[in-house]
Design a protein. Structure first.
Lengths: 116, 111
């Protein structure tokens, strides 16, 4: 079974631009979460979707948004990019809704975003 | 105060030794705990999950959880150079996939 895929893998943008990142979960998985990883702040939760509904949002400004489609694929968008948005953006998926302790999620390879 | 704390390391152990990685968490509502391994430039890979007090073993890995002390650990027996990576501890409240990660401990296994 194919793993989580993320596109593009690498992206270079300039300040003020916007960017859209895509995540395709493992087949059959309906839960998708997004995380940002930077050397200074580590791995931080962005948001979580289950069956097209955003269930949780992390402590990020409104410039960060996301959505999930009926086929469980998800996109996240960052508008008005800042230098500090340079990071590895990771997507994770699960076949469970996350209600039980044993539910786990699996990470994709990530999209490396560089903002110049 | 970070909600999940880890010593950043590096923790250096010789090949064949036991590596002990530790993690503390502040939110008593945390129910599940996860250890991920991350190689440089790669995404995190799930090693173990644990949600009950006590030990959970899987091959060379043993996770330990003590909810009273708010402490989670990962033991790696017979450490190999290929185990050299950053180990991330994460905590989760049930009913969502919002994981709170520690900053990670870098492990170096010397041949």
């Amino acid at each position: 079974k194919a793993g989580v895929t993320q596109t593009p893998r690498y992206l270079i943008k300039t300040r003020g631009q916007q960017v859209t990142l895509s995540c395709s979960p493992i087949s059959g998985h309906r839960s998708v979460s997004w995380y940002q990883q930077t050397p200074g702040q580590g791995l931080q939760f962005l948001f979580e979707y289950f069956s097209e509904t955003q269930r949780n949002k992390g402590n990020f400004p409104g410039r960060f948004s996301g959505r999930q489609f009926s086929n469980s694929r998800s996109e996240m968008n960052v508008s008005t990019l800042e230098l500090g948005d340079s990071a590895l953006y990771l997507c994770a998926s699960s076949n469970r809704p996350g209600e039980h302790s044993t539910d786990t999620q699996y990470f994709g390879p990530g999209t490396r975003l560089t903002v110049l | 105060q970070k909600e999940v704390e880890q010593n950043s390391g590096p923790l250096s152990v010789p090949e064949g030794a036991i590596a002990s990685l530790n993690c503390t968490y502040s939110d008593r509502g945390s129910q599940s705990f996860f250890w991920y391994r991350q190689y440089s430039g790669k995404s995190p890979e799930l090693i173990m999950s644990i949600y009950s007090n006590g030990d959970k073993e899987d091959g060379r890995f043993t996770a330990q959880l003590n909810k009273a002390s708010q402490y989670v650990s990962l033991l790696i027996r017979d450490s190999q150079p290929s185990d050299s990576a950053t180990y991330l501890c994460a905590a989760r409240m049930d009913s969502s996939y919002k994981l709170i990660f520690g900053s990670g401990t870098r492990l170096l296994v010397r041949p």
